[in-house]
Write a protein that binds this ligand. Structure first.
Ligand code: GDP
Length: 364
């Protein structure tokens, strides 16, 4: 599955947020740095109103949403790249995730200690980014040295790696994260294989005070401006409120959200933003038994999309009966779409579109 790592300085609200996300008591919040010792892993459902609509039309007995994995990564402090705090463990854990949700403290509360003794989300973001850049620079330099011998023997793969590593080094030495490097399409795979920490996409999560949950505040506005500058995304959330919301039943939740002026829980926005950040798309399979959302990378072709359900579907792939979500809804379901000529037969080169309702035919 696809993994999004939650990072941030101690006491910014990571555990609170993770608790709310997974609705478990497994990641206990505490007003103490390093309280999160092991990376906590939680799977969440991706909220998608389209799935409910499809299930309603088809009369599906069960709804199975797409899933996304969040990893609560152990606390990072200044000096982590030199092994301070849980530094090395933190860096190893972050290497494993596909994208980063970076939680920034945008709330004032004298009862909650700030590791630097002040609330400044921009400076906090830079503290973490600097540690990640230092760690990347060290690993880039180590790998460049390691390549020296292979380069002399004229190894093409080594030459490519060397070129990409030098591009990364140049950016990092100028204080820019690796994600700012423009990488050619044909280098994309080799670039990803370098697994640089600062090459991963980032979503800034502004943890605001309860009163600012719907509107954001001056601090979250600063973060939004910084994110826009970097081509990153940002969301506003109140972790404390989300934790409360997570404990309510559906009726209570709707009432509570209305009181706060929110149209949906902030977590729903966060999960969707994470999904977007990972470049993920959804297709659906719909029948009387179940309506189900499946996750693919943008640009995935029909056989590989089928392979997400089962390897046999990919190996024996023949064709995919395809109805766009809008057509499915407008025609009142599969039969109506068929009669209106809205069901397409797509072959193995078809790039699955977000929202496609698919039925695969395959050889066994
Ligand atoms: P972590 O170290 O980043 O995982 O931070 P925690 O989630 O453990 O939170 C640290 C402390 O800040 C706890 O005492 C939380 O109750 C508190 N906290 C977290 N989010 C909020 C918030 O939105 N508002 C306020 N006032 N306190 C919060």
């Amino acid at each position: 599955g696809f993994k999004c790592g939650i990072v941030g300085l101690p006491n910014v609200g990571k555990s609170t947020l993770f608790n709310a996300l997974t609705r478990t008591a497994a990641a206990q919040a505490a007003n103490f740095p390093f309280c999160t010792i092991e990376p906590n892993v939680g799977e969440v459902s991706v909220p998608d109103p389209r799935l409910n609509e499809l299930a309603r039309i088809a009369g599906s007995r069960q709804i199975i949403p797409a899933r996304l994995t969040f990893v609560d990564i152990a606390g990072l402090v200044k000096g982590a790249s030199k092994g301070e705090g849980l530094g090395n463990q933190f860096l190893a854990n972050i290497r494993e995730v596909d994208a980063i949700a970076h939680v920034l403290r945008c709330f004032e509360d004298d009862d909650v200690t700030h590791v630097e003794g002040r609330v400044d989300p921009i400076a906090d973001a830079q503290t973490i980014e600097t540690e990640l850049m230092l760690a990347d620079l060290e690993s880039v330099e180590r790998r460049l040295q390691g390549l020296a011998r292979r380069l002399k023997s004229g190894d093409k793969e080594a030459r490519d790696q060397d070129r990409l590593l030098r591009m990364a080094a140049e950016a990092l030495e100028q204080g820019r994260p690796a994600r700012t490097v423009a990488v050619a399409e044909e280098d994309a795979r080799a670039w990803r294989a370098l697994q640089l920490l600062t090459a991963k996409p980032v979503l800034y999560v502004c943890n605001v005070d309860e009163a600012s949950a719907a509107t954001g505040n001056a601090l979250s506005e600063k973060v939004a401006a910084m994110a826009a500058e970097q081509g990153a995304a940002s969301v506003v959330i109140s972790a404390a409120i989300e934790e409360e919301i997570a404990q309510l039943d559906d009726a209570e939740r709707a009432e509570f959200l209305a009181e706060l002026g929110l149209s949906e829980p902030g977590l729903d926005r966060l999960i969707r933003a994470g999904y977007e950040l990972l470049g993920l798309r959804t297709y659906f399979t719909v029948g009387p038994k179940e309506a189900r959302a499946w996750t693919i990378k943008a640009g995935t072709r029909a056989p590989q999309a089928a392979g997400v359900i089962h390897g046999d579907f990919e190996r024996g792939f023949i064709r995919a009966e395809t109805i766009a979500y809008e057509d499915y809804v407008a025609c009142g379901g599969e039969q109506g779409a068929k009669e209106a000529g809205k069901m397409r037969i797509e072959g193995k080169n078809y790039e699955v579109a977000d929202g496609d309702v698919l039925h695969f035919l395959f050889n066994t």
